[in-house]
Design a protein around this ligand. Structure first.
Ligand SMILES: [Zn+2]
Length: 313
């Protein structure tokens, strides 16, 4: 009897192991190009997905050094989620090709450009020339820094996951709705925090923050880069310093992957505070999800603005 019982028990354990392995195998394997997309995919996908990002949030997403491990990740992917708007054009296409994974080739059912419903700024008018620098013809790809665009990305991901797993559509839609509603609540809080600083002038290193600035009322008056993707030049830096003095600009925002030498010298000349402000989840270690990204950046800005005393009213 005892033997029978323990045999049954072993069988039961065996079955539950098989069941959980099958469940794990049944999870959609989502690979994203950035940690922001991974954070949003986790919100929407819940326990029906595994999610991994190719790049790290402290890296410049325009220039990610391709590694063989990235190809292995893509080989096993069911879904590849990209920022699009040519952000990854310098490094992703060869990785996709070398993965030889038919599911994630551009245009295949497992490929997703998450920018489709997002509000895209800086779409260039007229002809684009080399002299303009690294200008994106499809507009500014740093659109995830507006929570409303975070919702647009989440909708795209939920739709893609539902197409691939129709039986889980209700689950993904419920998680999407929950994410959108938590984000709406957080947005009200962030907007209230930023309201006293509306119209604050800032300079940013790269054009990473136009959507953030538009959403939270900052006025970006210049860039440390003379043109997108072009390192600072002495003449441009001098012009920028003069312009910042004229307009009394209190802040320089620098993405974590840029050299601080030029921003610091601009800070010394103008009296502006230089802030290293992560544009992505994973940009600093405490920013582990999409909500914490805005919490961190907004607290950083407000902390600095309180010090320089530029609350405009
Ligand atoms: Zn850029």
């Amino acid at each position: 009897m005892t033997v029978m019982k323990s045999a049954a028990c072993v069988v039961a354990i065996g079955i539950s192991l098989i069941a959980s392995t099958a469940q794990a195998q049944n999870k959609l394997n989502v690979i994203t190009t950035t940690e922001d997309l991974a954070a949003i995919a986790r919100e929407v996908g819940g326990d029906r997905v595994t999610v991994e990002s190719i790049s790290r949030g402290y890296q410049d997403p325009h220039f990610v050094e391709a590694k063989p491990s990235f190809i292995l990740k893509l080989q096993k992917a069911d879904v590849l989620v990209t920022i699009g708007r040519e952000l990854e054009i310098g490094w992703l296409p060869p990785l996709i090709q070398q993965s030889r994974n038919a599911k994630v080739q551009v245009g295949a059912s497992g490929y997703l450009d998450a920018s489709g419903q997002a509000r895209i700024l800086d779409i260039p008018q007229g002809q684009i020339t080399r002299a303009m620098g690294d200008v994106h013809p499809q507009g500014n790809p740093h659109y995830w820094l507006d929570p409303e665009n975070g919702k647009a990305v989440a909708k795209e991901i939920a739709e893609k996951l539902s197409q691939l797993r129709p039986n889980d559509r209700a689950y993904f839609e419920q998680r999407l709705n929950d994410f959108v509603s938590r984000l709406s609540d957080a947005e009200k809080r962030w907007a209230a925090m930023m309201a006293p600083y509306k119209g604050t002038k800032v300079v940013t290193y790269h054009r990473s923050f136009p959507n953030f600035a538009e959403r939270f009322g900052l006025d970006v008056v210049g860039y440390v880069e003379p043109r997108p993707g072009i390192p600072p030049s002495p003449q441009h830096t001098l012009d920028l310093i003069n312009e910042m003095k004229r307009q009394n600009v209190p802040l320089v925002l620098v993405e974590p992957y840029f050299d601080l030498k030029t921003p610091n010298s601009i800070g010394r000349e103008t009296g502006a505070a230089v802030l290293v402000m992560p544009p992505s989840v994973g940009g600093v270690k405490e920013v582990t999800d999409y909500f914490k990204l805005f919490d961190y950046d907004i607290n950083l800005l407000i902390g600095a603005l309180k010090k320089v005393g530029t609350a405009s009213h």
